[in-house]
Design a protein around this ligand. Structure first.
Ligand code: 3H9
Length: 694
């Protein structure tokens, strides 16, 4: 046995097998060390007369998650990944790869260039580059199209969808399914190649069957898509070159890849990828979490049912609490329905569903929560109701239990003060439907201790939620910012734009739904209740738009009543409600407003500038830890267009100086609403960016 070592890549010769072992935790990303190491290892093993077959395998949890994302945007260092895959494909001795964990992006491209592929059961394979605003840039579009049929290849390349090993075998993406540890499978693969039991071939020498109709259909699909993203369109273009000789096609693919590398979508999408992970860095993250294996959820409404479902799916034992046995049973039935739908969508096996259901109980007796690790209260937003519940919980729950409230705007300090253990109280603000939406705002009150915050984090990780730390303020991070910028839509409507135009402009910009359509979906009565609550503290100088109140006075609350801003018939399409158009005209007339519609561009500019202003204040006040936390809140809780990276990532695209200039212009009409936040001013003055504060 001979042995040579570099930091990230080792070679080993076992009999006639030459092994290339990747060891770059946590996911064998193909950074410089790995790329250099693979090229050196190939050269070494090709030069070793004892070696007859070479096999690459990975240590740790995956063969490779692809190119090292952290190197993007920096000066590329040689060898590039295309050079690495080229070295694999042109190796004199046959090269096989063993796939385990995940084989994604450049990681899969390494496998595609190998002469044979053996995947361990359960491995996930995919080319997710489009989800980062890129396309496979190391021959992926050229080689995948040579191994699998064009339609399947285009689907995988443009969707970023992953397939498991069994499916990969079925479509021809891998040659064998292996069993055992990657190293053992690698040794067997080498032996099989030598014995002729595992066939090898050079992928680049195969012919890709290019059907122009399939390409045209894919091109059209992504041309029509809104928001129109450039990466899948370019990925189809790259695949269209697969009938050319591999070197030529790969060169054209590389040019398209480098073009995308410069696109703002790429920057936004990679920021979104990082945001999901950056939020885990809480100051309290190092504390030892308390137990969170059993939970009580108080309140069987949509929110409580969603939270209970999310917890059950994460393997937590749940008791759902309601005010009567009948209501508790109804809540339990609603949870069962959610689990049934997860089974239907293929997210849960029937066996797992039955196991989960065995850990669910319903009760109308609060004392049944005496032994749970965590309580999440999700009852009506009323401080008196909530404090009464927390007073009772204080007496009932075991010492050390974490007491969470799902309030969306009440002061968590007030709720904590109702107990003799405020250190155990934390805000756990889920977003509806709580078993689907990824965001969880963890609201840290004055006395919440680190271990309680760490428990919330651990629970979020179990539920696969994106937990964002928030300080206490009205609405926390998300709803506070929303309450501010949402007013702009009403001002635009009052001043002359139609609600359809406002919605459409923002939908064309990238939001799945405009603010008026969202209001109809959420229920207009919710905003109405909030406005009534805030009426006593509304400053006299604030412009107040009464249109929504008039709509609600008619009992029109949006979709649930069949009409709001829009009319909702049987079809999913929305028609503007003519009665609302009339209300708008009446309100304008009564206030003596001469309607003046602004352009779509200005609609977007006002809306986004307002959002960024309040987001800037939230960062400045320390409610959000960093700008990237605000981005995560909007990406994972408010449907913010992912390719724009979040409000404060988008702010950097516009530039602080430009934003300040916009606010100053709008302030001429309404100096109370449009005020330059001091942090934004500081960034404008210093030519700085929000990214500098992450
Ligand atoms: C590409 O390959 C381009 C090529 O076609 C062409 C080039 C020329 N690089 O998500 P996790 C980190 S584009 C660097 O928490 P999980 C991640 O940030 C790439 N780092 O774990 C995190 O770090 P930290 C195409 C990476 O088990 C840690 O690993 N590939 C990379 O939930 C653990 O990750 C992709 O798009 C990377 N490529 O999920 C795959 N990947 O601990 C992107 C991960 O400091 N990755 N990290 O926060 C994923 O989808 C998931 O991370 C994965 C693991 C499924 C692998």
């Amino acid at each position: 046995m001979s042995h040579s070592e570099t930091q990230a890549v080792r070679t080993e010769v076992v009999g006639k097998a030459g092994l290339i072992i990747l060891n770059n935790p946590p996911v064998n990303a193909l950074g410089l060390k790995l790329r250099e190491g693979i090229v050196d290892a190939l050269s070494e093993l090709n030069g070793d007369a004892n070696v007859e077959a070479i096999v690459i395998y990975g240590e740790g949890k995956a063969i490779s998650a692809g190119a090292d994302i952290t190197e993007f945007g920096k000066t590329p260092k040689l060898p590039t990944l295309p050079e690495v895959v080229n070295a694999i494909e042109t190796s004199e001795k046959p090269v096989a790869t063993v796939l385990h964990g995940v084989a994604l992006g450049g990681g899969l491209e390494v496998c595609l260039a190998s002469h044979a592929r053996v995947a361990l059961k359960g491995t996930l394979l995919g080319l997710p580059e489009v989800t980062l605003g890129l396309l496979p840039g190391a021959g992926g579009t050229q080689r995948l199209t040579r191994l699998v049929d064009l339609e399947t290849a285009i689907d995988l390349i443009t969707s970023g969808r992953k397939v498991d090993a069994a499916k990969a075998l079925e479509i021809g993406l891998v040659d064998q399914i292996g069993q055992g540890a990657p190293r053992d499978v690698a040794l067997k693969a080498a032996n099989d190649i030598i014995e002729g039991d595992l066939k090898t071939r050079v992928t680049g020498e195969l012919t890709a069957e290019i059907d122009v109709d399939v390409l045209a259909a894919a091109q059209e699909k992504y041309d029509r898509k809104r928001p129109k993203l450039i990466a899948p369109i370019k990925a189809v273009e790259a695949a269209s070159h697969a009938a050319k000789p591999i070197q030529e096609g790969a060169k054209l693919e590389r040019e398209l890849f480098l073009e995308l590398m410069e696109s703002p979508d790429r920057q936004g999408l990679i920021h979104a990828f990082s945001a999901e992970r950056a939020t885990r860095q809480f100051p309290e993250a190092g504390a030892q979490p308390r137990a969170c294996d059993t939970a009580g959820v108080i309140g069987g409404g949509t929110m409580g049912v969603g939270i209970a479902t999310a917890m059950l799916l994460a393997g937590i034992t749940v008791t759902i609490l309601e005010t009567s046995t009948e209501r508790a049973d109804n809540a339990k039935a609603a949870i069962e329905k959610n689990l049934a739908s997860a089974v239907k969508r293929g997210k849960l096996s029937e066996k797992a569903r039955d196991e989960r259901l065995a850990s669910l109980s319903a009760s109308a007796d609060l004392t049944d929560l005496s032994d749970v690790d965590v309580v999440v209260e999700a009852v009506f937003e009323d401080l008196a109701v909530k404090t009464e519940i927390f007073q009772k919980l204080d007496k009932i729950c075991k010492p050390g239990a974490v007491l969470g409230t799902n309030t969306s705007y009440l002061d968590v300090n007030d709720i904590a003060a109702a107990t003799s253990r405020p250190e155990s109280v934390v805000g756990l603000h889920f977003f509806s439907p709580a078993h689907i939406m990824r965001l969880l705002e963890v609201v840290v009150a004055d006395k919440t201790t680190d271990d309680v915050v760490a428990t919330a984090l651990a629970m979020a990780a179990r539920m696969k939620k994106v937990a964002v730390r928030s300080g206490v303020c009205d609405g926390f991070i998300g709803n506070r910012i929303l309450a501010h910028y949402r007013k702009v839509a009403d001002y635009l409507l009052l001043d002359g734009n139609s609600f359809e135009q406002v919605d459409k402009a923002l939908e064309d910009f990238g939001f799945a739904m405009g603010p008026f359509a969202v209001g109809d979906l959420a229920g207009l009565d919710i905003g109405w209740a909030t406005r009534k609550r805030k009426a006593p503290t509304r400053p006299a100088e604030e412009r107040y738009v009464t249109i929504a109140d008039h709509i609600c006075e008619n009992g029109w609350f949006g979709r649930k009543t069949g009409r709001g801003y829009y009319l909702y018939g049987d079809s999913k399409s929305r028609e503007p409600n003519p009665d609302v158009v009339e209300i708008v005209e009446q309100v304008r007339a009564s206030e003596g407003i001469e309607p003046r519609a602004v352009s779509d561009e200005e609609i977007v500019s006002r809306y986004m500038t307002a959002m960024i202003s309040e987001a800037s204040r939230v960062v400045e006040e320390g409610i959000a830890l960093r700008p990237i936390d605000v981005d995560a809140v909007f990406l994972f809780g408010y449907g913010f267009p992912r390719h724009l990276g979040g409000p404060l990532n988008y702010a950097d695209r516009v530039g602080a100086a430009q934003l300040v200039a916009q606010i100053e212009t709008y302030a001429k009409e309404d100096p109370h609403y449009w005020q330059v936040p001091s942090l934004l001013q500081k960034l404008a003055d210093s030519n700085g960016s929000f990214a500098d504060l992450n």
